[in-house]
Design a protein around this ligand. Structure first.
Ligand SMILES: C[S@@+](CC[C@H](N)C(=O)[O-])C[C@H]1O[C@@H](n2cnc3c(N)ncnc32)[C@H](O)[C@@H]1O
Ligand code: SF4
Ligand code: SF4
Length: 300
């Protein structure tokens, strides 16, 4: 991250904490729910399969920036499937930077393409070693790793959703990160049990074992883009929800924290680490704030 962007983010973050502001800082735009995969743990793909038009995405970007958002994520569905009026995901990332977003990230399944040098982070979902990943995501592991290695910039962060199938593969993904070209770090989530995916959820005891493993790997120096200080809150689901500084927009709709906010009871079982990490940060948790500064400076 450039020093100028870092200082700007630190200023916006500090005023949000000190003035107890609830305005959003982290925004996600869903470009489409269309997807080329059908992962076992996912409940959000191919519901409409609509690719949202460029004009709408552009207005959403401008709206979020005006509201105060400075960290932007492009999500799907599969965002690399997005195309409209001759524009691609890459054009959107470039425009987002021109608008003034300080960090622009993309979350992708990595099967179509990974190379996006203009993005700060390309979060590529990898759900285990080859066997467990393919059990969840179909035969995609080799293609994803080849795409990562062929990228032109070291801006990839592996993104693993830990569930009943792959809970034993946390270290394997960290080792893949270390040995794979272009990968900077790994980021984890626990499975969030959307209706229809409850069979994959982790018990509290499972989460504790996984959190202990993640903490041990952080201590051992593996490149992990999560905060050790937030893990106890994630295991016990005691972080404040929703995270008012996070916002998601899709096709004219807007949700604080996540689209999942409308699903009754889901926040109490939330496995999204960002929700815990950002809500604790913006509540002024000093340990989390220090941990975030140290961790983000290392990997972004
Ligand atoms: C919905 S996908 C969209 C982007 C892209 N298609 C991908 O797979 O990375 C974004 C992330 O959400 C994760 N995810 C999907 N369902 C989840 C669930 N029930 N709990 C936690 N994470 C989930 C995926 O593994 C992926 O890393
Ligand atoms: S690739 Fe992403 S959006 Fe598609 S089914 Fe898998 S998790 Fe869902
Ligand atoms: S806390 Fe936020 S991300 Fe987690 S389930 Fe609730 S709305 Fe979704």
């Amino acid at each position: 991250m450039e020093l100028r962007s870092l200082l700007q983010l630190a200023y916006v973050g500090a005023t949000t904490i000190l003035l107890k502001r609830k305005r959003p800082l982290v925004g996600s735009i869903i470009l489409t729910d269309k997807c080329n995969l059908a992962c076992k743990h996912c409940a959000v793909s191919n519901i409409t399969s609509i690719i949202y038009p460029y004009a709408q995405i552009r207005a959403e970007m401008q709206g979020l920036y005006t509201e105060g958002v400075r960290i932007l994520f492009f999500y799907g569905g599969e965002p690399f499937l997005w195309r409209n009026q001759g524009r691609t995901l890459r054009d959107l990332v470039i425009e987002a930077k021109q608008i003034g977003f300080l960090l622009v990230n993309v979350v992708t399944n990595g099967t179509l393409q990974v190379d996006l040098p203009e993005a700060d982070l390309v979060m590529v979902s990898l759900d285990g070693g080859k066997e467990k990943h393919n059990a969840i995501r179909g035969e995609t592991y080799d293609r994803i790793l080849a795409n990562i290695e062929q990228a032109s910039k070291e801006n990839v962060c592996l993104y693993m959703a830990i569930n009943q199938i792959n809970k034993g593969d946390i270290k394997a993904v960290c080792e893949t990160a270390v040995r794979t070209k272009n990968v900077k770090a790994v980021s984890f989530n626990f499975h969030t049990p959307y209706p229809g995916t409850e069979q994959l959820k982790l018990s509290r005891a499972d989460k504790q074992v996984c959190a202990d493993k993640i903490a041990q790997l952080i201590d051992a120096g593996y490149p992990i883009l999560n905060l050790k200080s937030a893990l106890p809150y994630i295991v016990d689901n005691t972080f404040p929800t929703p995270c008012y500084q996070c916002v998601v927009v899709e096709n004219g709709g807007k949700w604080v924290c996540g689209r999942c906010i409308g699903i009754e009871g889901l926040c109490a079982e939330c496995g999204f680490f960002f929700a815990a990490e950002f809500s604790l940060l913006f509540k002024g948790n000093l340990k989390v704030t220090w941990d975030l500064l140290r961790t983000y400076l290392k990997y972004i």
